[in-house]
Design a protein around this ligand. Structure first.
Ligand code: PBG
Length: 308
């Protein structure tokens, strides 16, 4: 009766990892219970998600090794894994929203989110490639473009390109405050970028010690045309969600990232606490902090428990 916030399936966005092939699924050792899926199985998963009341999927490709290179040219191949998954799900499950991740680590040979020259990640050159990537994704059926790279100026550049190409209706969900976090480890295994990555991403992802910078990043992305923003990681950064909530009127999405999911999974497996209660408590806390929704690998399971 006096509960201040609530969690429903419509709050949950389900991240899916896509692999080549058909009827293929592969386990991720560091992300127990999560599997990479071939496009046909992703379509089946999308049907289940829609039936559970999950409003949207966030797709991430595990690009085949032979298609990765230094220029990340696979990112704008209109027939890449991401585009094939977008088109197939859009055709079979038109009622579910499709969020397409845009960043180069899923296509490049070196695991950085941007193009690298002499050990440096290049901002503007990367943005140009991301624009081309966003356009093939929009053409394939993406409803929302989600740049997760943290280059400067990419939201404005993608917005302009979408508008000029007849995709005025495609939204941008920007990873506005994304911290250089250790909690992305299992994700990098899932998309196959982890083993390639040399060094870190600290020249473009944020310092975990900063809050004011998050507010400046969110302000810039809103100015450039973002329709909603993502704060990431989730639980260790609930204060940042609260701060953004208090300063801006824009939908905020929290990403309960792979390492957070793994912490709960592995702790529960070791008998430290009850898994289901940990999952539901963690998700409820995002709503309390001010998030409009949560990207979480628990989405289908939590939605099933919550009912429609
Ligand atoms: C990279 C990207 C990452 C995640 C989403 N997009 C990892 C990174 O920045 O290295 C992390 C998601 C997760 O850990 O669940 N473009």
């Amino acid at each position: 009766m006096v509960r201040e916030t609530s969690l429903t399936p419509s709050d949950l966005i389900w991240p899916l990892f896509i692999i080549d092939g058909s009827n293929e699924r592969s386990a991720i050792k560091t992300l127990p219970g999560v599997e990479r899926l071939s496009v046909d199985l992703a379509v089946a998963a999308a049907k289940d998600a829609a039936a559970l009341g999950i409003p949207a999927l966030a797709l991430f490709p595990n690009t085949q090794d032979e298609r990765r290179n230094e220029t990340a040219s696979e990112a704008y191949n209109p027939d890449n894994l991401m585009c094939r998954a977008l088109a197939a799900i859009k055709a079979a499950v038109p009622g579910i929203g499709l969020i397409a991740d845009v960043a180069l680590d899923e296509y490049s040979s070196d695991g950085q989110d941007g193009l690298v020259r002499e050990g440096e990640v290049l901002n503007d050159e990367t943005v140009a490639v991301m624009v081309k990537s966003a356009l093939v994704q929009a053409r394939a059926g993406a409803d929302i473009i989600a740049p997760s790279d943290m280059m400067d100026g990419r939201v404005g550049a993608i917005r302009t390109a979408l508008d000029e190409n007849g995709f005025e209706h495609v939204q941008i969900m920007s990873y506005a405050a994304k911290y250089a976090s250790v909690f992305y480890g299992p994700f990098r295994d899932a998309v196959g970028s982890g083993a390639r990555l040399k060094g870190d991403k600290k020249t473009y992802q944020m310092d975990p010690a900063n809050t004011d910078e998050a507010l400046r990043e969110v302000a810039l992305d809103i100015e450039e045309g973002a329709d909603s923003v993502i704060i990431k990681p989730g639980l260790p950064y609930l204060d940042v969600i609260g701060a953004v909530r208090n300063n801006f009127n824009i939908p905020i999405f929290a990403y309960q990232v792979s390492g957070e999911y793994a912490m709960i999974e592995f702790a529960a497996r070791a008998g430290a606490f009850d898994r289901t209660n940990a999952m539901m408590e963690s998700l409820a806390c995002f709503k309390r902090a001010g998030a409009s929704g949560i990207l979480t690998y628990f989405a289908p399971e939590a939605a099933r428990l919550l009912g429609r």
